[in-house]
Design a protein around this ligand. Structure first.
Ligand SMILES: *Cc1c(COP(=O)(O)O)cnc(C)c1O
Length: 391
């Protein structure tokens, strides 16, 4: 297997790619700038045109793959309806997300329930509302679903490498090779339809090999399912498609160039889907935040923003890549960045901002359309970012 992510790109291409990433950030800042004028509180500005373009680009790159937007990335109803109108389907994980599908009036047979561990009440709610497909990765879950929805179609989540992901998900979910054998036996015994395979490479994944590994493992399981009398009909490639922060990340076209040939070897009887979350919404949203104050401490210079770990920037505390653009120009300095609350975990690592940064400076943060407002709470009385849509 060639490791594309680990292969250094020629310098020229690197520069070109960095410029594309910068251009992307500039475009997001441009449509956000008007909102910075009478700044009141943190705000996430989302572009409708960009949401549409992201969905179209994903579908053009991966023609065999039906996208199911992972609702948790940004469950705003207008955003969901834009994706629905582009022909995107959906993936849900909770009763509230199922109810969002009812509000959108989509065909519930196209909604996939990909949370590997679901409460009995939520399985009942899903079944009562016409959801057919359910993810499993343990025998206990198969037994639970068998009692409530014996005619469900199950897809098996297998563990794959999360190496090269900024937000790894391995460990909590995914059946091991031994676990797969046990699950096949349990489904056989209970007469449950084990009809598909899925995996999740981790979020913001820059290692294309993880998808290749998942697809090859799934093909192997399809053969074993057929040998045991099952009728496999689904390959679900999960999420993880990355945004461009530095330009070093593989584009959706780079990923497609590697995985499309793998998908070409699947029989037509296998429908292929994916669950992009961050990719579809992330680059459509730019957060504007304001500096509350700066501080000089023994550990160096600190900058405190009005949004932090509790205010939509939770991922930044885990070394997630970020682009920070200040309205102030000037030579860059290294700052430890923190949120406004009195909690000591509300710290987001070291970042570059102008050395002369001061209270009330506005900071633009592109690529925050996913997992921002949806992961924020008003702890300590600081407001969560409000969301505004622009054309
Ligand atoms: C969160 C999640 C996704 C979306 O992941 P992204 O990294 O945002 O693309 C897809 N599938 C499942 C099962 C998830 O839990």
């Amino acid at each position: 297997m060639t490791d594309l992510a680990a292969t250094p790109l020629p310098t020229l291409v690197q520069t070109e790619r960095r410029l594309i990433a910068e251009e992307d950030a500039r475009e997001q800042i441009a449509y956000t700038a008007a909102f910075a004028k009478n700044y009141q509180q943190p705000m996430l500005v989302m572009s409708r045109a960009r949401l549409q373009r992201n969905a179209q680009r994903f579908m053009a790159a991966l023609p065999r793959v039906r996208p199911h937007f992972a609702v948790k990335a940004n469950p705003d109803l207008e955003i969901l309806s834009i994706f629905r109108d582009q022909g995107t389907c959906f993936e849900v994980a909770s009763i509230a997300e199922i109810d969002a599908m009812l509000a959108l009036d989509v065909n519930m047979e196209t909604v996939f329930y990909s949370n590997p561990i679901k409460s009995p009440a939520s399985i009942k709610h899903a079944a009562a509302n016409g959801i057919v497909w359910y993810c499993v990765d343990t025998p206990e879950e198969v037994e639970k679903i068998a009692r409530i929805k014996p005619d469900a179609k199950l897809y098996l989540r297998i563990a794959v490498s999360n190496e090269g992901s900024s937000w790894p998900l391995a460990g909590k979910f995914g059946a091991s090779p031994q676990g797969v054998e046990t699950l096949i036996e349990v489904c056989k015994k209970l007469g449950m339809q084990l009809s598909g395979v899925t995996f999740h490479v981790g979020s913001q994944c820059t290692n294309i090999n993880n998808w290749v590994e998942g697809i090859r493992a799934a093909k192997d399981i399809f053969n074993r399912l057929i040998a045991r009398g099952f009728n496999p009909e689904l390959l679900n490639l999960g999420g993880g498609y990355p945004l461009q922060f530095t330009g070093q990340e593989p584009s959706i076209e780079d990923i497609a160039a590697v995985i499309n040939p793998e998908l070409d070897t699947l029989p037509d009887s296998i429908q292929v889907m994916a669950e992009p979350g961050r990719y579809l919404v992330g680059s459509a949203g730019c957060l504007i935040s304001q500096v509350v104050g700066t501080a000089t401490r023994d550990s160096g210079r600190w900058v405190y923003l009005d949004s932090g770990v509790y205010g939509g920037l939770m991922e930044l505390s885990q070394n997630f890549p970020a682009t920070l653009v200040s309205q102030r120009t000037g030579e860059a300095g290294v700052w430890t960045m923190a949120g406004p609350t009195c909690d000591s975990i509300d710290v987001m690592g070291k970042h570059r901002l102008p050395a002369n940064t001061e209270a009330e400076d506005i900071i633009f943060m592109p690529n925050l359309g996913a997992y921002c407002t949806t992961c924020a709470c008003d702890f300590n009385g600081f407001p969560v970012p409000i969301m505004r849509m622009v054309d």
